[in-house]
Design a protein around this ligand. Structure first.
Ligand code: GDP
Length: 138
């Protein structure tokens, strides 16, 4: 069993895509073991995306991530990290495979509806960033 962090980004929440994303998680056997809606502060967003601090899109990305509420979830299952990244599709929706969340709904390389951890260490950091042990049901 593996855990990963999923975020429905501000564009996904604002456009009413939460139900559609959650339906796809459930249909693909990614068990939701924790979930909450929140709005990050700018400093929280910068801390979350610290690995991208030097990238040219860092300011824009962190502004976008605080532009509205997000839904954060912990997903659990066998190979959850890789399976969820497959469901999301490539970062750039134009390169994402047919039937993926980003291919179906993203409108922009930045406004790409969902986030998913990219490896076990990142997942552990990201889960701890949003949830404490009392909030995890799995
Ligand atoms: P992910 O793991 O697929 O989310 O991709 P990355 O970790 O590489 O990038 C994090 C997030 O930054 C992406 O999901 C996008 O929202 C945003 N992003 C990535 N590349 C670009 C870019 O070239 N321009 C802009 N504006 N945003 C980007």
């Amino acid at each position: 069993m593996e855990r990963t962090l999923s975020i429905i980004k501000p564009d996904g929440v604002a456009r009413g895509l939460a139900g559609e994303v959650i339906k796809r998680l459930e249909q693909n056997n990614l068990k939701i073991t924790a979930m909450k809606m929140l709005r990050m502060t700018k400093s929280q967003a910068k801390g979350f995306y610290d690995v991208h601090r030097e990238r040219p899109f860092f300011e824009s990305l962190t502004d976008f991530m605080v532009s509205g509420p997000i839904i954060v979830m912990i997903l659990e299952g066998e190979n959850a990290i890789g399976r969820y990244r497959e469901l999301m599709g490539a970062t750039d929706y134009r390169e994402a495979a047919q039937g993926t969340i980003r291919k179906d709904f993203a409108t922009d390389i930045e406004k790409n509806v969902v986030h998913g951890s990219d490896g076990p260490e990142t997942a552990a950091f990201e889960i701890g960033y949003f949830f404490n042990s009392f909030e995890i049901t799995g």
